[in-house]
Design a protein around this ligand. Structure first.
Ligand SMILES: [Zn+2]
Length: 154
């Protein structure tokens, strides 16, 4: 569990953005609301939420929404993402648990994010964990493995 050098202020800001975005989650089937805030290398933050569908597999995760928004606007380099999702604690405004990115999202992030990219999973602004993408997705499948001219080394 280690992140690269992003400031405490940046972490706090990203968690706030993720919690704020979570309010727009569309999760009528699971009631599992997730918000994400993705920091691009130029300092722009892109938020995303999970968007469910009556045909369950058609739904999309918050992280995927945020990254798709950013890439569709020309961004290709990213520093960190904060994810806040799930149910609230009964006696608190904090979330019950940390919500790490699912396996598909880890792979989706790895297309554009370096091994040192920081992933923050937050229950509240003050209660969070940080990881690198390499912590969460060791031995990822990468574009170099699709190269026809050289053997893939793992
Ligand atoms: Zn996901």
């Amino acid at each position: 569990m280690s992140g690269n050098a992003i400031t405490q202020e940046t972490i706090t800001h990203l968690i706030q953005q993720a919690l704020q975005a979570r309010r727009h989650s569309y999760a009528p089937y699971s009631d599992f609301q997730v918000g994400a805030a993705l920091l691009a290398a130029d300092g722009t933050v892109y938020t995303g939420v999970n968007v469910e569908n009556a045909s369950y597999p058609a739904g999309v995760c918050a992280e995927k929404t945020a990254l798709s928004k950013a890439v569709s606007e020309g961004q290709r380099q990213f520093t960190a993402i904060a994810v806040a999702g799930g149910h609230r604690q009964e006696d608190s405004t904090a979330l019950r648990d940390y919500c790490p990115p699912c396996g598909v999202c880890r792979q989706f992030l790895s297309e554009f994010c370096a091994a040192s990219f920081t992933v923050i999973t937050a229950r509240s602004v003050t209660d969070y964990r940080t990881y690198t993408l390499a912590d969460l997705l060791p031995c990822s499948f990468e574009k170099r493995q699709l190269d026809r001219t050289s053997g893939a080394e793992v």
